[in-house]
Design a protein around this ligand. Structure first.
Ligand code: SIN
Length: 349
């Protein structure tokens, strides 16, 4: 398989797109021809993602790279493309489909628009209290069934990874629904997240993750929702000095590959990749809460950054304002699924 050109991080969008198209076509041809590759031949696994290396996803990918290098004696090479260097979250799934990349870990919010609306259950505001609740869902029967549903869109779901809970950032504290009025808030491409911002009186603006910093710097958007490790590593603090700990929603990932590549691996290599990935995911999941806490500690000491806690009354007011969103999406995520999630986490629907 051809090795894709590494994109300069600041490549201009049109030129970048032209080159990306060329890589897509090359990748598709290679994927079509590669089925006959010998089983013990060197293997290249390109892992593209949009966040910084020093995040749960970045660290998980690095662990996968190290494990596969060690266990295959260097035969399996994992090339990692972080920070949207190769693909952004607007085109990475297409790249996977066309064989221009072998593995991704998109945020769960991105799977709804990719044709698996059940994944938007994870975007429902104030659904989970903590990561322990999330894990009861992702690491159990409900999680397994959700991963299987990715097969409908030509993806093999290999496992879940946490980042953490999202907090709001802006030029001012965002404690109450009234504070959101009229703000343009960057959101991921998820119907639920758009509806959530509208319910708060804000205007959702869907943008790829890699464009968020520039959009905040140029005033295209006024606010954003991110787990703290993303907020910190994207250097949003100088642009958005007020961080309000709303903890209003969860952000995690599903690691996916393409069925054609997965099959082409052969049984032995599939088992090797599967085992290494399971361990890398455990590593990333162990790190997630710690990185979140470390990011909070760093932000608290960063000059200019103000971290605001949310009192119970404000939190309840936010929760109440977005409650209609849960009712609105109960049907599209699947009423049975939402009940199953509530059953697993032990909270009443
Ligand atoms: C990510 O963590 O992969 C990106 C999340 C986002 O788009 O906000």
């Amino acid at each position: 398989m051809p090795v894709p050109h590494r994109m300069p991080p600041n490549a201009s969008a049109p030129a970048g797109r032209v080159r990306r198209r060329a890589v897509l076509v090359g990748g598709a041809l290679a994927a079509a021809c590669g089925v006959a590759t010998a089983r013990q031949a060197p293997l290249l696994l390109r892992f593209s993602h949009v966040v910084a290396p020093d995040t749960p996803k970045g660290q998980m990918a690095l662990r996968l790279q190290a494990l596969l290098h060690e266990r295959s004696g260097g035969r399996i090479r994992v090339e990692i493309y972080p920070d949207s260097q190769l693909w952004g979250d607007d085109d990475e799934m297409e790249a996977l489909r066309l064989g221009a990349v072998e593995m991704l870990a998109p945020s769960l919010s991105k799977f709804g628009m990719a044709g698996v609306p059940e994944f938007e259950v994870f975007d429902l505001p104030f659904l989970f209290r903590d990561l322990a609740q999330v894990r009861r869902v992702t690491q159990g029967r409900v999680g397994r069934e959700l991963l299987e549903r990715l097969g409908r869109q030509q993806m093999v779901g290999l496992g879940f990874l946490d980042n953490g809970f999202k907090q709001m950032s802006a030029h001012r504290p965002l404690r109450r629904p009234a504070d959101f009025a009229g703000l343009r808030v960057r959101v991921q491409a998820s119907q639920v997240l758009g509806a959530q911002m509208r319910a708060l009186g804000a205007r959702p603006v869907v943008l790829p993750f890699g464009e968020t910093q520039r959009a905040l710097a140029t005033g295209v958007v006024d606010a954003a929702e991110n787990p703290l490790s993303n907020y910190l590593t994207q250097q949003l603090a100088p642009l958005q000095p007020h961080v309000t700990l709303t903890q209003h929603g969860y952000l995690g990932y599903a690691v996916v590959t393409h069925p054609r590549w997965w099959k082409h691996l052969g049984r032995a290599d599939r088992a090797l990749v599967r085992q290494a990935l399971d361990e890398a995911l455990q590593h990333g999941n162990r790190l997630a809460a710690g990185l979140d806490q470390a990011a909070l500690a760093t932000l608290r000491t960063q000059p200019g950054v103000q971290v605001h806690m949310l009192g119970t009354t404000d939190r309840d007011a936010l929760r109440q304002a977005v409650q209609p969103v849960v009712e609105q999406f109960r049907r599209s995520v699947g009423p049975g699924l939402l009940d199953a999630v509530h059953g697993v986490i032990g909270d009443a629907a």
